[in-house]
Design a protein around this ligand. Structure first.
Ligand code: HDD
Length: 699
């Protein structure tokens, strides 16, 4: 029987704590949750070697009891997410506009926690679902926690929180069958949308490639609503928050998304994890659109309507700080799962507007945290507690409470002169917005134009992006069983763009166009295109943060791989090796290069660009592998830049003989490195859009 000894040590919080060590190995001893050292973690206590388990086995009971209660309710929306620690650095002193702590001084650093998410799927769904992405940021400021709970799309489906439960019910799995998961491509969603014309602007964004981002690192974030900034004198400035990725915008193609979901359902979380753990820290600039009441009064739309943007050409977003994600969480549950974002977590200097969606959100988030985390004391958890400043109040007790105030007094005011006091000068003061009117349930007239900005979004896209929107709609509506739903949506699209509606109707095989939907306001044709709304016009100009997948086979040119790796690394990218077998391949010097993927486990959809380096020994065998053929065929069809050396046989086997275009680089031709450099610098453009294939158009 093993024995153990106990030793007294200081615990991390400074107090004495008992640390058990096993005598034999000196390792930490395994204990029950009461701290009793466990002698045998494999066998229950039984009456006789083959007899029944005894009721007194408290070691078994303690272990199983805890396991049985490991799960907490997943979020009703945004269940699947991934979080990271970060730092926000102020780059512009905004003290004249807001007294919000993070913006008081250039160079000021504020700790943050960020959680990205999908909306509709459950916690175990896949990363590349076509879906809006959550972009929630908690700032641990020295005047309290501020949560900016946004999305990667600047508008929302609905104008009033009253509609939120219906919207979410409609998009999530249908209640009788429990599917589809993480899919808006079903009748209930499109039926609801067809009856909710205010959604059409958001639908255009949703059907664009914004909802299939290449990475969390390559998407924008938006606070969506108009908020207020309040300065020390109490003056208010309206503001919209934008996060602009320094990595540039980038999305995948739908065909890639579908395949990535199979090959690597955790693609986004793995990508962020790898970036964080290899020091490639992603950054976003926080940019503010700031405006006053005069602009609000003169703007074509209501600034309280969350289904509208303010075009960047009218109010350019001004950079005021940079967010750097610099640390991966070391425990998923304690941070990513238990983080509790609430829109009503604001700090002095930040205030709400009367946007009815925001107002409703402010009611909702506290409820959900209580439901999920099970106690009003969720603010005491490490990820949720204010870190930049202390928390002092007379709240007490409740489930799982710790750190109640000591002493006799637990109320305020008190005559004992004990405990914290309010501070009228430094404390949070709501902006004294004048309010009047009868109690009504009426949507403001100024919210009635549902199509003009949807049209503006559509005409701002490149031809390729417009085609992607059309084919996304064709896919989604093609999955609807109800012809009336398909017809109704095409009717709405006629109010946005007739060519889009006609193209979709053709794609769906509709014999004739349905009539346009009844519109509360006619669509404005005069809103100009805005480049900021396109992904392709805002892509990166570098390969930094991207991945080149290099398929190697025996006898490949080792010097060439070294050169290629050097050029990609210099450009800030990474190289990952794929070989017929995971063991790797030998180069022409006889050295074994270990691979990160076998060709069966590393399809080209996982990479931003590819190269195929083959040698005489491996040429025929690789060309005969169906997975290698698919690797190259997909890369080609997806418009990827392709570097190759000795790959003629594989091109032929993949059906691409004679098809190599100027997006394909023969790296074996000259060995002065020029072609390698030209290839890597072209990879910065991400795709060869002029190539016919799935990138350009989809059925
Ligand atoms: Fe919400 C979660 C973003 C409208 C109610 N929402 C949640 C999260 C994000 C958003 C990013 C996940 C936070 C995390 O990572 O933990 N929600 C939005 C945006 C909206 C929006 C950008 C519109 C502009 N939400 C919205 C409305 C309501 C809610 C109108 C209810 C009236 N949202 C919730 C919630 C969730 C939530 C039920 C589920 C999990 C959670 O709060 O923590 O309270």
């Amino acid at each position: 029987m093993k024995s153990s000894e106990t030793q007294l040590q200081n615990s991390t919080d400074g107090g004495p704590a008992e640390v058990h060590q096993t005598v034999e190995t000196g390792a930490e001893a395994l204990t029950t949750s009461q701290g009793v050292t466990i002698s045998d973690n494999q066998n229950s206590l039984t009456a006789g070697v083959r007899g029944p388990t005894l009721l007194e086995d408290f070691v078994l009971r303690d272990k199983i009891f805890h396991f049985d209660h490991e799960r907490i309710p997943e979020r009703v929306v945004h269940a699947r997410g991934f979080g990271a620690h970060g730092t926000f650095e102020c780059t512009r002193d905004l003290s004249d506009i807001t007294r919000a702590a993070p913006f008081q001084e250039v160079g000021k650093l504020t700790e943050t926690f960020v959680r990205f998410s999908t909306v509709a799927g459950n916690k175990g769904s896949f990363d590349l679902a076509r879906d809006v992405r959550g972009f929630a940021v908690k700032f641990y400021t020295d005047e309290g926690n501020w949560d900016l709970v946004g999305n990667n799309i600047p508008v929302f489906f609905i104008q009033d929180a009253m509609k939120f439960p219906d919207l979410v019910h409609a998009v999530k799995d249908e209640p009788d069958r429990g599917f589809p998961q993480a899919q808006s491509a079903h009748d209930n969603f499109w039926d609801y949308i067809s009856l909710t014309p205010e959604s059409m602007h958001m639908v255009m964004w949703q059907m664009s490639d914004r909802t299939i981002p290449r990475s969390f690192r390559t998407m924008e974030g938006f606070g969506v609503h108009t908020f207020r900034l309040i300065n020390a004198e109490g003056a208010s400035t309206f503001v919209k928050f934008h996060w602009k990725p320094r990595q540039g915008l980038q999305s995948v193609l739908w065909d890639e998304a579908v395949k990535i979901n199979g090959a690597d359902p955790d693609h986004h979380r793995r990508d962020l994890w790898e970036a964080l753990t290899t020091g490639d820290h992603p950054q976003w600039d926080l940019c503010l659109q700031m405006f006053d009441q005069d602009f609000a009064d003169s703007f074509d739309f209501d600034i309280l309507d969350p289904t509208k943007i303010i075009p960047e050409e009218l109010i350019p977003p001004e950079p005021v700080g940079t967010l750097t994600l610099d640390r991966a969480v070391d425990n998923f549950f304690e941070f990513t799962e238990q983080v509790a974002f609430c829109t009503q977590h604001v700090i002095p200097g930040i205030d709400f507007t009367e946007d009815p969606l925001l107002q409703g959100r402010n009611f909702s988030y506290l409820d959900t945290q209580l439901k999920r985390l099970g106690s009003p004391n969720f603010s005491q958890l490490e990820v949720n507690r204010p870190r930049g400043c202390p928390m002092h109040n007379f709240q007490q007790d409740g489930q799982m409470r710790k750190g109640n105030r000591r002493g006799r007094v637990n109320y305020e005011p008190n005559g004992f002169e004990e405990g914290p006091r309010e501070d009228p000068l430094k404390g949070y003061v709501s902006y004294a917005a004048p309010v009047e009117g009868a109690k009504v349930r009426i949507r403001a007239e100024s919210f009635a134009d549902h199509y003009s900005q949807a049209r503006q979004f559509y005409i701002s896209q490149t031809a390729v992006e417009q085609e992607h929107i059309r084919s996304a709609l064709a896919f989604e509506l093609g999955r609807c069983e109800q012809a009336r739903v398909r017809r109704a949506i095409v009717g709405h699209l006629r109010n946005i763009d007739e060519d889009l509606a006609q193209g979709l109707a053709d794609g769906l095989g509709m014999p004739e166009l349905p009539p346009p939907a009844t519109a509360a306001r006619p669509t404005r044709q005069d809103l100009p295109a805005s480049d900021a709304l396109s992904i392709l016009k805002n892509g990166p100009e570098t390969f930094a943060g991207r991945v080149l997948g290099v398929l190697i086979a025996d006898g490949f040119d080792g010097t060439l791989l070294d050169r290629l790796t050097g050029a990609v690394t210099e450009a800030g990218g990474k190289v990952k090796l794929i070989a017929p077998r995971i063991y790797g391949a030998r180069d022409d010097r006889g050295d074994l290069c270990e691979a990160q993927f076998s060709v069966a486990g590393g399809p080209s959809v996982l990479f931003d660009a590819v190269a195929v380096l083959i040698g005489p020994e491996g040429e025929a065998a690789l060309a005969a592998m169906p997975q290698a053929q698919t690797f190259l065929r997909d890369a080609f069809a997806h418009g990827k830049f392709i570097g190759h050396a000795m790959a003629e046989k594989l091109f032929e086997a993949a059906g691409l003989q004679g098809k190599a275009d100027d997006g394909c680089f023969d790296l074996g031709l000259v060995d002065d490195g020029e072609t390698v450099d030209a290839f890597v610098s072209r990879c910065a453009r991400l795709r060869h859009w002029s190539r016919d294939g799935l990138a350009k158009a989809a059925p």
